[in-house]
Every structure is written in C-alpha cells, then in structure tokens.
Design a protein around this ligand. Structure first.
Ligand SMILES: Cc1ncc(C[n+]2csc(CCOP(=O)(O)OP(=O)(O)O)c2C)c(N)n1
Length: 616
C-alpha cells in the first residue's frame, strides 16, 4: 500500500490519503468517522491500513458524526491521540460535543477533520466550517497542497497537545480529491497500549461552575496559540519589491495565487496563511502595512477578509465584488481578480474560453444520474408510484443513493433535507396532512439519525409508513459497512444490529421485512402498512454493485434474461420501471447483457409475461 511507504520515499497520494498518512506519522491511537463525500477516503484508507498494522491503532466507522467525535474525544481524554473525520454537514451533527470539548480541551492530541464542499459537488449546502472554529473557539488549519496536508495533519496533533486544544483541520473537495507527490515521514514504531485513567472532574465535567472558569482558560490558550502562530512555519510572508498589491492567500487559494501570478508574470508580496483561527493578527498587520492595496483570497465566506478590513481600508475580495461570493475558486478566477486590480490583461481570454465550453457542452447529451441496473431501491419507488396513482401520497425521503428516486419517472422523493429528517418531518406532517405519508430512508441513514424520530412517532402517536431501503451497505459514499451489516472497519466480524429488532424495540407494532425484488409481496406489504397507524417496512436486498462484485469474485454466472415476441412494447419495463439495462432497438425493448444484473424485476412486472430467462 503506497500510503504505508518508507520514510523518505515519495508517494503519489490522494489528499485524503495524505491526511491518513499524516495521522499515522503523528502516531494516531484512535480514529473514528462517519463517511461522507469528500471525506470518505480518509476512513477507507485507515480502515485498510488497520488490517496491516493490526495493533497500531483502533479504527472504526461510527454510527454518526457525533458518535465519531465522541469516540476520538474519549481517546484524547485518556491522553491518547484521537482523530475523527466527516464531511462539513457532519460537523453540524457533532457540534454539540465540539462546543463543550473546546472548554475541556484536549489531553492527548485531538484533530477533527472537516471536509468542506465548495460548489456543492455532492452536498446539500456550501457551509464554510471555519465559522465553527470561530463560534466554538477551536483552532482551524488549512493546507495548500497534498504534501502540506500530510505535514499539517501531523502538526495538528502536536499543536493540539501542546496548547491543550481540540483542533479542526479543514480540507475541501479540490484538495481531498487531488493527487500529489508527497515526501513521506517516519511512522513511529508503536502499539496501542492501554493506560490508567487519570480523572480530572473539575476539568472534564462542564457544570456551570467549572465551565465559567474553563471559558477563561480557553481564551488564554487561544491567546498563547495566536502568539505561536505569528512565527509558525505554515504561515509566512513571501516578500516582493512590487508593493502595489499584497495578497493574503488562505489554504488552497495560495496555490491558485501562485499559478495566477506565474501566468501574469508578476511577483507580488503574499501572506500565505494556514491558520484560519486564531488569526496571527500581528503578522497580518505587518503585511498589510507594507503594501498599497490588499487582495484576500479564501473559500467560501469572506471571514479573513472581514478581519483584514478592520486593519486596512484598501481591501479587495468578495465584499467589494471583485471575487465571486459563492462556489469554489480556480486559477482563472484568481488571475482575473489580480489583473483587474492592477489594470493588466489576463494571460488568456477566459471569457471567450467559457463561451466556447458552453457551446461544446450543448453538443454532449445530458446524462442525469440514475439508479444502477438492479438497484433494490427501484422496485420500491416503482410500487410507490403505482399506489400513488390510486391514492394521493406524501413522500418524504432522505439522503443516500435513493434520493435519485426524485428523478422522473419515479418522482417518489418529495422532501429531502438532511440525514434522518424523513422520519422527523413525517411526524410533523402526520399532524396536519389529509394524505397518507410514506417516508423512505436508507439503512445507514436510519441508524445514523432515523431512530430518535421513530421513537418520537411511537410515543406521540404519529401515523406514517417508514420504508427502510436496506441494501446492507452505505452505498452512496463507497460501500462502507455499518452496524446493520456487522462487519467492522478492520474487516473483523462485529455483532449485527438488526433494523427490524430496533423498530420493534422502538415500539412499532407493524414491522415487516421484504425482498424488494419480490415486487408483488413488496406491494402487498406496503398496502397493508398503509392501513396501519405507524408501520415499518424493511426492503432488504444487497446493493447491486456489491452483489455483482461478490458474484464476480466467486466466478458465479448470471442468469441471462431476454425479451420475447410476446412483448407489445407497452413500456412498463423501460418507461415506468425505468431499468437502465433495457434499451430500444428498432422500436423494440432489448436487455443489454453488459448492464443486466439478473434481478428479474422486469420479468415480474411485465403485463405480457414477455421477459424470461434466456434458454442457452
Ligand atoms: C450529516 C451527513 N453525514 C454524511 C452524509 C453523507 N451521506 C450521504 S448519504 C449517506 C448514507 C447513505 O447510505 P444509506 O442510507 O445506507 O443509503 P444508500 O446510499 O446505501 O442507498 C451518507 C453517509 C450526509 N449527507 N450528511
């Protein structure tokens, strides 16, 4: 595994692999995460590593981000090094623990990796998690390259331990999913040894009487850290003779600035910043007073810019509209901004290039994302659409592959807000709607945040059907296991937590498990559920991608299906069920054997019984 290369070697690492390597070099003891793009490869890498370095550390996929945070916090409170990783919205889930842990402070080094997603490549919002650092009084660091990401991860452990503070390492899609050559450092020889518990209740118990004192201590720690950051090697001024414009370049934006200056053939002073909070204000002051005007380049919100504006009047950035307020940056965006301030031409006519790319993109056929062939979620949406033709339904859903049920022809996802919200919102809807409610939620999402809403429904008497789309994996983020699967991050078998037993234990009386490929039984059970007050239907069938992978590994053969002459081209299979493995050839539906997963659903729904197993 290249992430386990020898010290001194150079490895071509993904940003997230670099974080994993940095954690190993930092002697991590406990790592916990809940997957979410763009953070998932950190956990996936450490999960693979834990199979090789068996006693080095504990690695786990936790049930949600708050739990993951608390797992790493537990290690830190015992004096060990803990790290947790999550996507930006995961920090919303973990934030309750974050704010209080700031007061207590780290004992062993503690790093929270927040992977933000500017431009929302795979997220519901574009929040800038540096605000969490400011709000919770937790330091936030950012890197500008894959190499620096690795080095900074290790450094974060050092800073956390030295200043007794939890720290946030903020990364983002462009960096986490970039590859770069990384010079590897030493992974310490160590084993995860158990230690004696050292209680410190006056610090670890955030009763108001302790918290009042701890708040002042926290502020003193941050002041000390600020002094340290003024001469910290990751923050630095790169001076230049041309003082017309100085650029404050934050995190990855530093790389854009360097490239943009190269293209413009300019040499301007740069303040490269890796500490987003606390800010090295003296260093910033030093820099700003040396130049005529300042440009602040940062993603996503104008946080540093707002601070710099308190020091200097001649500040450009997002607030004066020079740089876009939204979405991620790139070299042309930064180059255009610098060129505009200095009144020089850009190296290329970017506007013309963008116009041309718009013309080219019109030629390419639109390819909206679809559920995979054989996806076990598809029959559920098919059945819901069928029932919804007879009686109007309200269809809240949740976040996962199944959110694609929003697309035509299903349109079986009518509300999607955040993980677990399908259940909570169904509670509220059930008190005000005339229509019946059928909520859909994935297995991982149910375990993450669906259970409290279900208990609430039982207790308060809310009335809806909850379908758990149980594909026995966390599909959307790369097939990580979860408690409902039983497998652990290091590959060992854990005790399987059964969703049907949870639903029953929550107090739900009607709980049924069905195989969604058995469409008739699925429809029967959903209809029965609709006649009950509160019901849970678990549609359980392995994710088609995982099933196909396993079959290939075993060398198992798929049953080939074909469409016979009985077909009258009614379109039920390709238009209503919308299987992506069925296409039209000369106006007749055909099964593409390269895509078909032999789920057999098309054969079951065909009104003419025209689909059958091919006779060979
Ligand atoms: C708070 C939060 N954490 C993580 C994610 C990333 N994420 C999106 S969907 C999902 C889980 C999907 O798994 P599952 O519910 O089993 O549905 P599947 O994709 O397998 O259909 C995750 C982890 C998120 N959107 N929000």
């Amino acid at each position: 595994m290249h992430v386990l290369g020898e010290s001194g070697e150079r490895a071509f690492l993904l940003g997230n692999e670099a974080i994993a390597r940095g954690a190993l070099e930092g002697g991590i003891d406990v790592f916990a995460c809940y997957p979410g793009t763009p953070s998932s490869e950190i956990g996936d890498t450490l999960s693979r590593v834990s199979r090789y370095l068996k006693d080095f550390m504990h690695v786990e996929y936790s049930t949600n981000e708050k739990v993951a945070f608390e797992v790493a916090m537990g290690a830190s409170l015992a004096g060990k090094r803990g790290m947790c990783a999550m996507k930006h919205v995961g920090v919303n889930v973990a934030s309750d623990a974050l704010f209080s842990f700031a007061y207590i402070g780290a004992v062993g080094g503690f790093v929270l990796v927040s992977a933000d997603d500017p431009s929302m490549h795979s997220s519901q919002n574009e929040q800038d998690n540096r605000w969490y650092g400011l709000a919770s009084k937790v330091p936030v660091f950012e890197a500008h390259s894959v190499q620096e990401l690795k080095d900074l991860t290790k450094e974060c452990f050092e800073i956390s331990e030295r200043f007794e503070l939890p720290v946030i390492l903020r990364t983002y899609t462009r960096l986490s999913h970039s590859r770069g050559i990384v010079k590897l450092g030493e992974i310490p020889e160590k084993k995860l040894e158990r230690v004696d518990w050292k209680p410190d209740p006056e610090r670890f118990v955030v009763l108001p009487s302790n918290a009042r004192r701890l708040k002042l201590e926290l502020e003193r720690k941050l002041e000390r850290l600020e002094r340290f950051l003024e001469s910290w090697s990751f923050n630095r001024i790169e001076d230049a003779k041309d003082k017309r414009l100085g650029i404050v370049a934050c995190g990855l934006s530093y790389s854009y600035v360097k490239d943009a200056l190269k293209r413009l053939n300019l040499n301007l002073p740069i303040l490269k910043l890796s500490s987003m909070h606390p800010l090295p204000l003296r260093l910033i002051e030093d820099f700003v007073t040396q130049v005529e005007e300042v440009l602040v380049v940062e993603e996503v919100d104008p946080i540093i810019e707002t601070f710099v504006r308190t020091i200097s009047k001649e500040v450009h950035g997002k607030i004066d509209g020079l740089l876009p307020m939204n979405y991620e940056y790139n070299v042309p965006i930064v180059e255009k901004a610098i060129a505009k301030v200095l009144g020089v031409p850009t190296s290329l006519n970017y506007d013309k290039i963008i116009e041309r790319s718009k013309v080219i993109s019109k030629v390419a056929p639109p390819r909206p994302p679809v559920l995979c062939p054989g996806c076990p979620h598809a029959p559920v949406f098919y059945v819901l659409r069928k029932i919804a033709k007879e009686e109007k339904l309200c269809l809240p859903s949740d976040i996962g592959c199944y959110t694609l049920g929003y697309n035509l022809p299903y349109r079986a996802v009518e509300i999607c807000v955040c993980m677990g919200a399908s259940v909570g919102v169904s509670n509220g809807l059930s008190w005000v709607l005339k229509d019946k409610i059928v909520a859909t939620i994935g297995d991982s999402t149910f375990l993450h945040a669906g259970i409290p809403g279900l208990i609430n429904a039982v207790y308060n008497g809310a009335n809806f059907v909850l379908i758990v789309l149980d594909n026995l994996t966390t599909g959307m983020t790369g097939h990580q296991p979860h408690p409902g699967v039983g497998l652990r991050a290091n590959g060992s078998e854990g005790k399987r937590v059964k969703i049907e037993e949870i639903a029953k234990a929550c107090g739900v009386d009607f709980v049924e498990v069905v195989n969604p490929y058995d469409v008739r039984r699925l429809e029967k059970k959903i209809r029965e559920a609709l006649n009950r007050d509160l019901a849970v239907v678990i549609a359980r069938q392995l994710c088609a991608i995982v099933r196909m992978r396993e079959m290939r590994r075993r060398g198992a053969k798929l049953l080939p299906f074909e469409i016979t002459d009985r077909c009258n081209n009614c379109g039920e299979c390709y238009r209503v069920f919308s299987c992506p493995a069925i296409y039209l050839e000369n106006g007749k539906p055909q099964i593409n054997p390269a895509l078909c997963t032999s789920c057999g659903v098309c054969a079951k729904i065909c009104p003419e019984r025209a689909v059958r197993v091919k006779r060979t």
